[in-house]
Design a protein around this ligand. Structure first.
Ligand SMILES: CC(C)(COP(=O)(O)OP(=O)(O)OC[C@H]1O[C@@H](n2cnc3c(N)ncnc32)[C@H](O)[C@@H]1OP(=O)(O)O)[C@@H](O)C(=O)NCCC(=O)NCCSC(=O)CCC(=O)c1ccccc1C(=O)O
Length: 282
């Protein structure tokens, strides 16, 4: 018995896929696991439960011998993912209840890097904040012509001082990464292509077909070579996981501070945040 049949015997993937998801959908089609964030009424912002479900989905995709690459996308045409659910944060100061009592966004980032199969972000609309980070840490990004990109943390009292900033600067360079974070501007798909933030831009109605064709193409290649290569690319930036841990701890404290809460409360109230009382440089 080889290792693969052993795994299949112990874990019937069809049973595992019976999992019920509320915030995402998960389907396996040919060699592709398609993970769709499904909270269109919140522009696919994630809460703790969404992150729990994404972690389950990526673990399923990792174990499923049929799956050769994962496509991560968002439901609807408006948004890929708009990051943390700011309305939830304004309401409760956190991202809501979770399976293990923790908001495991850092675990999700690490899992997306560690899964030994390419992760393809199919960016179908706006990717902002923590949603932008999800596409940045994906192995490749394919964008619809209507997609928009940016970070929003400093506008809503948040930041990602882990992969979201350090790895972004590896992708687009220090100057551009600092511009993206410090000015919280939004960029078109064409601009994203120009700065090397995405691999390809296609018309919106061709996005999923394009992503699936990338899966079919990579599925014909050596899975072990791809696995080694992904781990080799990661090895060069894996130390950033340490910064990420510190960033999560910092954000736990900052998120509920008066300055952090002003950003979230202002967003929920649809008014500009007033950060002036929080200027405090020693
Ligand atoms: C995305 C917008 C620019 C879209 O603007 P617009 O087209 O004008 O539409 P709106 O009317 O604003 O939005 C439509 C509708 O969706 C709701 N919505 C949008 N985004 C969110 C959200 N993030 N949370 C909750 N709800 C959202 C919006 O309120 C509207 O609802 P109505 O009921 O119709 O009013 C614009 O919407 C926008 O700027 N959105 C906020 C983007 C944002 O600030 N995102 C959060 C950034 S901070 C973050 O993601 C933290 C990430 C994180 O959790 C983290 C923590 C620790 C370490 C690392 C991370 C990490 O990196 O992930």
């Amino acid at each position: 018995m080889n290792i693969h049949s052993h795994i299949e015997e112990r874990f019937d993937m069809n049973d595992l896929m019976e999992q019920k998801f509320d915030d995402i959908t998960y389907v396996v089609e040919d060699a592709a696991a398609i993970v769709t964030i499904n909270r269109p009424e919140r522009y696919n912002a994630f809460r703790s439960q969404t992150v729990d479900e994404l972690i389950t989905a990526f673990n399923l995709a990792w174990s499923d011998q049929r799956v050769r690459a994962v496509i991560l996308t968002g439901s609807g045409e408006k948004a890929f993912c708009t990051g943390g659910d700011v309305k939830q944060r304004a309401e409760t100061g956190d991202y809501g209840p979770s399976e293990l009592g923790r908001f495991r966004i850092g675990d999700l980032h690490k899992l997306m890097r560690d899964i030994p199969k390419p992760v393809i972000a199919a960016v179908n609309g706006i990717a902002i904040g923590g949603g932008h980070v999800l596409h940045v840490i994906s192995d490749v990004s394919i964008a619809s012509e209507t997609a928009r990109f940016g970070q929003a943390g400093p506008r809503v009292g948040s930041f990602d001082a882990g992969f979201g900033s350090a790895y972004l600067s590896r992708v687009v360079g220090e100057k551009k990464a600092r511009e993206i974070w410090f000015w919280c501007r939004q960029y078109t798909a064409a601009e994203a292509l120009d700065m090397g933030l995405v691999n390809k831009v296609v018309p919106a109605d061709q996005l999923l077909a394009e992503a699936k064709s990338w899966v079919a193409e990579v599925a014909a290649l050596s899975p072990t070579a791809i696995r080694f290569l992904k781990q080799s690319f990661n090895a060069d930036t894996d130390h950033q996981a340490g910064f990420s841990n510190m960033a999560m701890t910092a954000l736990d404290i900052f998120g509920v501070s008066p300055e952090g809460m002003e950003g979230a409360t202002a967003f929920a109230a649809k008014r500009p945040a007033d950060f002036a009382p929080h200027v405090n440089w020693h």
